[in-house]
Design a protein around this ligand. Structure first.
Ligand SMILES: Cc1ncc(COP(=O)(O)O)c(C=O)c1O
Length: 366
């Protein structure tokens, strides 16, 4: 039988055992954390414990955690919530963002919010000179810049952008979906006023994420209802998912040194053994250990993904959300690739349960 290899961790990851066990234990508590009785109190205890654990792991106070249904919702809350409190001001969004930031910014622009795009350079990072100049002109309420790009793995200068934004009275939001659980990420060390992450990218369940925000951030709740999450996100909490999120991050950080070394070794192995005609995207830019984008000039990424899948190797063209649609990557286009070249990307990504033989199989198939 053909051995199947999964190299699409940037899309989603297998559930860690620790997360599964925490979720199964949480499922025993059916109480509503908002109820006064013993059932409610038990559920509340579990929720508060997971919140504290998560906050400790990110070096923030527990009140700063707003649980959401994942990265998409946290990004929506950050952009919509902050801009609702900043009428007449501008939102700056990088050209490299995931569609859940780009489309949210586009929807805000439709409703009258001033939105501008921060361009990127050929190295796959944002143009800091452009950002500096734009901030000088004033009127910016929020800068949204991802921590690492999900298609290329390239790390963005978030701390520098945050310092520039703060000097001009603007807030900084970072989508850290591809770094939390893969690197040491502390919102305060990055200077992020708002930080998004999601559990399923580091061995947690799908549909569970969080927005971490500074207490002084003025933000309007977008999901209104009950007073859950300190009035910042209404709705009965998804207790099992929250428990899985905290347990997955605890496990990821406990094994971070070993898993990072293993991921870097896989990256080095891939880069050393690339077949002729296959190029690494943004070869000289600092990247996360677990994501690499390749290009095969003359071959569509889409076709490569299908052929590799037939050979038993699961990869992706870029962002999972845009797979299934024939389209050129907006990330590669922002880096200066033309339409044809921007459709030739192939993303390989690995993680906590990957083996060197997985990369060897992918290279053989390539
Ligand atoms: C950079 C980035 N942001 C946000 C998301 C969306 O997160 P979720 O799937 O939890 O909504 C993804 C997932 O593909 C991502 O890669």
């Amino acid at each position: 039988m053909m051995r199947r290899v999964y190299l699409d961790y940037a899309a989603t990851t297998p559930l860690r055992l620790q997360a599964k066990e925490a979720m199964l234990a949480a499922l025993e508590h059916f109480g509503n954390p908002s109820s006064v009785h013993q059932y409610g109190q038990a559920a509340r205890g579990l929720l508060d414990g997971a919140r504290r654990q998560l906050a400790d792991l990110l070096a923030v106070r527990a009140e700063r955690v707003v649980f959401t249904s994942g990265g998409t919702e946290a990004n929506n809350l950050a952009l919509r919530g902050v801009m609702a409190k900043a009428p007449g001001q501008t939102l700056l969004v990088s050209a490299l963002e995931h569609d859940c930031v780009r489309q949210t910014a586009a929807a805000l622009a439709q409703s009258g919010v001033r939105v501008e795009e921060i361009p990127a350079t050929a190295a796959g990072v944002i143009d800091l000179a452009w950002l500096t100049e734009r901030l000088q002109r004033g009127d910016v309420a929020l800068v949204s810049l991802m921590h690492a790009n999900n298609e290329t793995g390239v790390l963005q200068p978030v701390a520098e952008a945050a310092a520039l934004a703060h000097a001009k009275g603007a807030l900084l939001h970072t989508d850290a979906v591809q770094t939390v659980g893969h690197c040491v990420v502390e919102p305060d060390a990055l200077g992020a006023d708002l930080l998004t992450f999601t559990a399923h990218k580091f061995g947690g369940p799908k549909g569970a994420g969080a927005l971490i925000l500074k207490p002084e951030v003025a933000m309007l709740a977008t999901q209104t209802g009950g007073a859950q999450e300190r009035n910042r996100r209404g709705g009965t909490e998804n207790l099992a998912s929250v428990a899985g999120l905290a347990a997955a991050l605890a496990a990821a950080l406990e094994h971070l040194t070993r898993e990072t070394e293993a991921a870097l070794a896989l990256a080095a192995y891939l880069e050393r053994n690339l077949p002729a005609g296959v190029a690494l995207v943004a070869p000289n830019s600092p990247k996360v250990p677990h994501v690499r984008q390749l290009r095969t000039p003359g071959r569509k990424g889409e076709d490569m993904v299908l052929k590799l899948d037939m050979a038993g190797v699961a990869t992706s063209q870029g962002s999972a959300c845009s797979s299934g649609r024939v389209q050129a990557s907006h990330v590669l286009q922002a880096m200066g690739f033309d339409l044809t070249a921007a459709a030739e990307g192939l993303r390989l990504s690995w993680g906590w349960n990957s083996q060197p033989t997985d990369l060897a199989a992918a290279l053989a198939a390539l």
